[in-house]
Design a protein around this ligand. Structure first.
Ligand code: P6P
Length: 347
């Protein structure tokens, strides 16, 4: 008979993973990789919360492959992720926003998962103490292109990207950790979306959101309207329509944008609405990266009953060609994304 749950039963990320493993939703290898991501995020949470004290704010003095100034914490967070993923022994290859090319993990002895991540997204907000986050996706290597070209980075990069083609099918786990007023790890393994809040007193992620569902509609839009003049006409028309209260029973939408995808998305997931980073005349594919930002967030959005679109198609149907490939992103409540697509999919 199932043990009667005592009033003190505490579901942590660790016990939740064990339960999912017992149910057969995931195997022990994937549970181990997810635990190692959780450990990396614990360390990053501590670094972020103490950045101003331990002289970890400010720039590192070099640029990443994206041509962005690397913050000290970008570099440190990237190292933390790599160390945790390597030492768990189940990671075959990692691809990071902060790494030019995918990196083969020597210490792998089973599992061989491909883990992609943005170790510290929104890091330009760090110095101002505004929310930042880590985003990750765990892809399963495919039989037809096993990761055996570990010695040749170019070939491995192609294999790595090929291995994750049709992100929707090979993407086995996606999640993010929000470093804000609290540290919240949100993830999906394909059977709903779960949120865990860090309890600093016991150093564990406690299950606080057992089944996150995004509201069908929302009244918040989250775009950087400073780029309005650069947007395509269809996106401008969409944005103009959101601002006509007469269309919405007199009640206008609210604009919320903190310039940190994890914070803006987490609010969208819980309150409903839409986050968008459109392509524009300068960057036709926008700014956000498919593999480790748009695909993981879209997997979470869909698992919570929402949608993730490039404006033309489902993000999770896009076939990656390059590790750092960008796509436009419109993500959030299903009805809000559908309304956006009614403008962007017009022939
Ligand atoms: P902009 C942060 O650099 C980031 O990748 C996302 O976290 C954020 O949503 C976006 O870029 C902000 O970009 O151009 O509005 O400053």
């Amino acid at each position: 008979a199932a043990a009667k749950s005592s009033q003190y039963e505490l579901f942590t990320l660790t016990t939740w993973l064990l339960k999912e493993e017992m149910k057969g939703t995931i195997d022990g290898e994937l549970a181990t990789v997810i635990s190692s991501v959780g450990l990396a995020c614990k360390q990053i949470s501590s670094l972020v919360n103490r950045a101003g004290i331990s002289n970890l704010t400010g720039v590192a003095g070099n640029q990443n492959v994206q041509g962005e100034d690397q913050k000290k914490l970008d570099v440190v967070s990237n190292e933390v992720f790599k160390n945790c993923l390597a030492s768990c022994g189940r990671t075959g290859v990692i691809a990071s926003e902060e790494e030019d090319q995918p990196v083969a993990v020597e210490e792998t002895y089973s599992g061989n998962y491909i883990v992609v991540f943005d170790p510290l997204d929104g890091s330009s907000n760090i110095d101002a103490g505004i929310s930042v986050g880590s985003i990750f996706g765990i892809y399963e290597p495919s039989e037809e292109c096993p990761l055996d070209a570990m010695d040749d980075p170019q070939k491995m990069m192609e294999q790595c990207v090929m291995n994750v083609c049709q992100p929707g099918s090979r993407l086995k786990c996606a999640g993010y950790t929000l470093y804000s007023s609290s540290t919240v790890l949100v993830l999906t393994i394909g059977n709903g979306v779960y949120g865990f809040t860090m309890d600093p007193l016991i150093g564990e992620y406690v299950l606080t959101h057992p089944n996150i569902r995004i509201p069908e509609v929302g009244k918040i839009y989250s775009f950087n309207e400073g780029n309005y003049a650069l947007w395509d006409e269809d996106v401008k028309a969409y944005m103009d329509s959101l601002k006509e209260p007469s269309k919405w029973g007199g009640k206008p939408y609210s604009a919320r944008y903190i310039g940190s995808l994890v914070g803006d998305f987490h609010r969208t997931l819980l309150y409903g609405g839409i986050y968008g980073y459109p392509g524009d005349k300068k960057n036709t594919n926008g700014k956000l990266r498919l593999l480790y930002e748009c695909a993981p967030m879209s997997f979470i959005a869909e698992q919570a009953g929402g949608a993730g679109s490039t404006g033309k198609e489902r993000v999770l149907d896009v076939n990656p060609e390059k590790v750092h490939q960008r796509v436009p992103l419109f993500i959030g409540s299903k009805k809000e994304v559908e309304y956006l697509e009614s403008f962007t999919k017009k022939q």
